[in-house]
Ligand binder design. Structure first.
Ligand SMILES: NC(=O)N[C@@H](CC(=O)O)C(=O)O
Ligand SMILES: [Zn+2]
Ligand SMILES: [Zn+2]
Length: 355
């Protein structure tokens, strides 16, 4: 990373290690927001129906590629959605053929389109065995779903009841605890072996749970895992800016139409793709850690996944920029993170290597 008085950052192009690109008209509307900023992205498989086969992932990948604007180079990295009865041979075939980069475990009913998720992790031990042998990463939505567990405790309880068991039973398995939200997650990941990492979203670095209730209920700041107390946000900021290679960028950008958010039973998910790098760099700037931003955004993820680092360069400038207040999505509207706010940093895009 090169910087001149830190007004302008030039860094290796980042990747997004956790994104929801959806399908159909929503895919077409949102994919270029991700493709403009990121060279690659780990694409979540929680479509309806979910991506549970190699064939489904291949055709989803083709639809994504078809929706990317000409001139943007973007590689979607596909994931398999684990179900109770998924065939380990299908996972193995998908990984070996380069279609599946990883597999995602949603505890059944934990989040959007998780109805077909895993009811008990013991049911997929056979799959985890295969994944451990292959070096294929297991991605976790780390929340228990028991209604008697407080919603703000579901990540910490998942770590105790499920994750600790999986790590002990499959000590060589690569695991990414996705979108971590708690100090407990930070401590667990730090203490685990180098095969256990975590993604951190921009919103969990920027808001605590009060933001959801500021002056009234704020559905566009509701996501899962739900934002926690301030002390947890501070723990996440310390982890992200620490330089520890276990922590890397994953936006969890998750668009939902306004009417599905502003509802008596609003969907979980924050659409942050249009403001992703502008948000992350602001956090690193506020923490006095701009010198560690490139590693978090562009190096830790590929190293964890054993993929080459990107060679393209992007530019961020400390110049005020106003985030869009609404985003048009094929007849619908989506309200993005930071809607209408003035941000301290502007994303200038890729440096054109040909000039
Ligand atoms: N993060 C969210 O609140 N929602 C995600 C699902 C998920 O990542 O849990 C979605 O698909 O909408
Ligand atoms: Zn999730
Ligand atoms: Zn997600």
């Amino acid at each position: 990373m090169e910087s001149s008085a830190a007004q302008r950052l030039v860094l290796r192009q980042p990747d997004d290690w956790h994104v929801h690109l959806r399908d159909g008209a929503m895919l077409a509307a949102v994919v270029n927001e991700t493709a403009r900023q990121f060279a690659r992205a780990i694409v979540m498989p929680n479509l309806d129906p979910p991506v549970t086969t190699v064939a489904a992932a291949q055709s989803y990948r083709t639809r994504i590629q078809a929706a990317v604007a000409p001139g943007l180079a973007f590689t979607p990295l596909m994931t398999a959605y684990l179900t109770d009865d998924i065939d380990p041979a299908e996972i193995e075939r998908g990984f070996k053929s380069g279609v599946f980069t990883a597999a995602k475990l949603y505890p059944a009913h934990a989040t959007t389109n998780a109805a077909r998720g895993v009811t008990d992790v013991a049911r997929i031990f056979g799959v985890l065995d295969v994944m451990q042998r292959l070096g294929m990463p297991l991605l976790l939505h780390g929340e228990v779903t028991d209604h008697d567990v407080d919603v703000f405790d579901r990540e910490a309880v998942f770590i105790d009841r499920v994750l600790a068991k999986v790590v002990a039973g499959f000590p060589g398995l690569k695991i990414v605890l996705e979108h971590i939200t708690t100090a407990e997650a930070v401590v667990f990941v730090e203490a685990a072996g180098p095969n256990v990492g975590a993604t951190i979203t921009p919103h969990h670095l920027m808001i605590n749970r009060n933001a959801m209730f500021e002056g009234g209920i704020r559905p566009h700041l509701y996501c899962l895992p739900v934002a926690k107390r301030e002390r947890h946000r501070l723990a996440l900021r310390r982890a992200a800016t620490s330089g520890n290679p276990k922590f890397f960028l994953g936006t969890d950008s998750a668009p939902h139409a306004v009417r599905d958010k502003e509802s008596a039973c609003g969907c979980a998910g924050i659409f942050n793709a249009p403001v992703a790098l502008q948000s992350y760099v602001t956090v690193f700037d506020e923490e006095g850690a701009l010198d560690r931003f490139e590693a978090f955004a562009s190096e830790h993820g590929p190293r964890f996944y054993d993929l080459p680092l990107n060679t393209g360069l992007i530019v961020l400038e400390r110049t005020p920029w106003r985030a869009p207040s609404v985003f048009a999505a094929a007849g619908d509207q989506v309200v993005p993170f930071q809607a209408g706010a003035s941000m301290a940093w502007t994303y200038r895009g890729l440096i054109d290597a040909s000039t």
